[in-house]
Design a protein around this ligand. Sequence first.
Ligand SMILES: [Zn+2]
Length: 80
Amino acid sequence: MTDKLIPCPFCGASAHRGLFKKQGCSLHGDAVQYVRVYCSNPSCPAKPSILGGDIYCGKEEAIQEAIKIWNTRLTTTNGA
Ligand SMILES: [Zn+2]
């Protein structure tokens, strides 16, 4: 387990982590929150951004999932 985010592979800026609210839970009328990891550079050419699991499944797990998706997806985009 780690909470280290690799830098953006497109511009080298550090990655930020935050929460992303997504509308559309028709059962409760509440917005569902996801953990979002994104490039912190507003002028990044690629602006990568990923969403992890929704935090109602467990906030820590959702954060870990988002970190894992960010780190693994960005390191396997070279066809590896
Ligand atoms: Zn970037």
